[in-house]
Design a protein around this ligand. Structure first.
Ligand code: SF4
Ligand code: SF4
Ligand code: SF4
Length: 545
């Protein structure tokens, strides 16, 4: 499985929340060793994961460096029709591009105009649906996930590719740059254009160039100009440009809507179908500004169209040598997994029967079964299942409590809810009422230590009580400190005995001192003082025990 070179994962930012996977319509994100990767073959480049990731852990390949590498030569630029919706000063941006060395800055809509003519021809000849292929995400989706639709795709290159053919036929072979709102175009136009940038990237380049855009004069795009195809990026714009009527066309946008529509495609009806993967089409593409509504963006495009109407120079005819046709490939996966293999994975995730298949989507997959298939495909790890993990963690913590060397009771409303192994051992001969009385005494008197006769022996317990969250019960922990207490008593006994002996020695010394007082006077007084000090230290250390 190859990682996508277009959708880039920033591992350091990823928090493994699976939000991207939950929102990825085709589930083309793989999680392994706490890293997420976008799978090149499965990804349709819709860009949803980039928009949805709260940690900015998904982005797309940026190609500004490629742009800088062609700046020392004359180059041609194709600007997508939503250019006017994105930039506040579009004619100054064109001027900026010219200042970089662009000898020609034309509208991709010219290519769209050519494509629309081709769509019209295909539609006329067709007896069933004719599906627009301007949106690369739609094409990738069909090729990978619904290849049975391929015969209905209009086999025409995209507007951007048609525009390049057109530019080359006029100006020859110069380095070329496409600028648009779409991430998927980077793949579609790889090896076609020399550089494919998004509007966001051009914004970034203008910023790092530190130019004052307002100081540039307004420069119009280079002719020829498109007419109706200028509305390609707006819902129904392709139908409008293809001269379709309400009765013989339909427009669907949004990748989920597109997929649903294609699943139920009526192949016996002659209809022109405009499909766009982005909700509300390209003016809402993944790399176009989001601070304007689609209505505002549409108004901007309309306004500029009206302003430029008088200067429009329409394309009269298409050079018949332009390469405008293309083929589509069935790129679907053929692997299927046996019921046994899927079941085995489900069981390993703790789904031992259907009632345990919660289908909660916490892992990012729509169903536990879908997730099990992803595990078999090597795209997911079974540990990604949240209920499975919770069960694992809680059974581990349950084991810790059960096997604790201390006595643990949980009680609520006068009833014992739980006794661990040690509690069952020590309180073997106690009834539930007796245990509750014992616990009540500790809690009522707030005891931190309690003595108890068990099996004819004396025990001392250190007591700790606390409440469980959400009033689910009270816990009492008893730590058996009987042995430690005994040791302490023994040490105390030994010390007392030592002190007693010292006193006896001192007494004898005093008697002896009286007899030989004249000979040893001061030395005896000093020895007495030393013995007194030693005795005091012993007594103090005994108190501190
Ligand atoms: S949305 Fe995806 S990429 Fe972003 S933090 Fe969550 S798991 Fe990681
Ligand atoms: S770009 Fe779209 S298809 Fe690709 S991983 Fe992201 S959400 Fe999925
Ligand atoms: S609708 Fe437009 S911007 Fe969105 S994916 Fe398709 S071509 Fe790209």
């Amino acid at each position: 499985m190859v990682d996508s070179q277009y959708i880039v994962s920033v591992d350091a930012n990823c928090q493994y929340c699976y939000k991207c996977l939950r929102n990825c319509f085709v589930k083309s994100i793989k999680f392994e060793n706490e890293k997420s990767k976008v799978l090149a073959e499965d990804c349709i480049l819709c860009g949803d994961c980039i928009e949805i990731c709260p940690q900015k852990a998904k982005t797309y390949r940026k190609d500004i460096e490629k742009l800088t590498s062609i700046l020392n030569r004359p180059f041609m630029v194709s600007i997508a029709p939503s250019f006017y919706a994105h930039f506040d000063q579009p004619f100054k941006v064109i001027s900026f591009l010219k200042s970089l060395g662009a000898t020609y800055v034309g509208e991709t809509a010219v290519g769209a105009e050519i494509v629309s003519m081709k769509y019209g021809e295909i539609f006329e000849k067709s007896s069933g649906p004719t599906i627009s292929t301007a949106c690369p995400v739609v094409v990738y989706y069909v090729e990978r996930y619904q290849p049975e639709i391929i015969p209905y795709l209009a086999n025409v290159v995209s507007p951007a590719a048609a525009h390049l053919e057109f530019m080359k036929s006029y100006f020859g072979k110069f380095p070329s740059v496409f600028i648009g709102p779409c991430i998927a175009k980077k793949k579609e136009l790889e090896g076609v254009y020399d550089v494919v940038l998004t509007f966001e990237e051009l914004d970034e380049y203008i910023k790092i160039s530190k130019v004052n855009l307002s100081s540039f004069k307004d420069v119009l795009p280079d002719p020829p100009y498109a007419e109706k195809a200028a509305f390609y990026p707006i819902t129904d714009g392709i139908n409008f440009s293809t001269n379709r009527k309400f009765e013989d066309s339909i427009s669907i946008s949004g990748v989920r809507n597109v997929a649903e529509f294609l699943k139920n495609l009526d192949i016996s009806t002659k209809i022109f179908v405009e499909l766009s993967a982005c909700d509300n089409s390209c003016i809402n593409g993944p790399a176009i500004r989001k601070d304007l509504s689609v209505v505002q963006k549409k108004s901007r495009i309309l306004k500029i169209r009206n302003e430029l109407k008088s200067t429009r120079k329409r394309i009269i005819q298409i050079d018949s040598n332009l390469k405008l046709s293309r083929e589509f490939k069935d790129r679907s996966k053929k692997t299927t997994y046996s019921e046994e293999a899927i079941k085995e994975v489900l069981i390993s995730m703790g789904k031992t029967d259907p009632s345990k298949e919660l289908n909660c989507s916490a892992c990012g997959y729509n169903t536990c079964r879908e997730k099990a298939v992803a595990v078999l495909e090597g795209k997911a790890e079974k540990e990604m299942c949240l209920p499975y993990l919770v069960e694992k963690v809680s059974s581990a913590s349950n084991k810790l409590v059960e096997e604790s060397p201390n006595i643990i009771f949980i009680h609520k409303d006068g009833k014992i809810l739980y006794k661990n192994k040690m509690a069952r051992k020590y309180f073997l001969n106690f009834s539930e009422n007796q245990i509750m009385e014992f616990i009540s005494e500790i809690e009522r008197k707030r005891l931190d230590k309690i003595n108890l006769e068990l099996f004819g022996k004396h025990f001392t317990f250190y007591c700790k009580t606390f409440e469980l969250p959400e009033e689910s019960g009270n816990v009492i922990v008893l730590v058996d400190v009987t042995r430690e207490n005994k040791q302490k008593e023994e040490i105390s006994r030994i010390k007392n005995e030592s002190i007693k002996r010292i006193e006896e020695v001192l007494e004898k010394q005093m008697l002896l001192a009286q007899e030989i007082a004249s000979l040893l006077g001061e030395s005896i007084a000093e020895a007495k003082s030393r013995f007194e000090q030693f005795k005091k230290i012993m007594e103090e250390s005994d108190d501190n025990l």
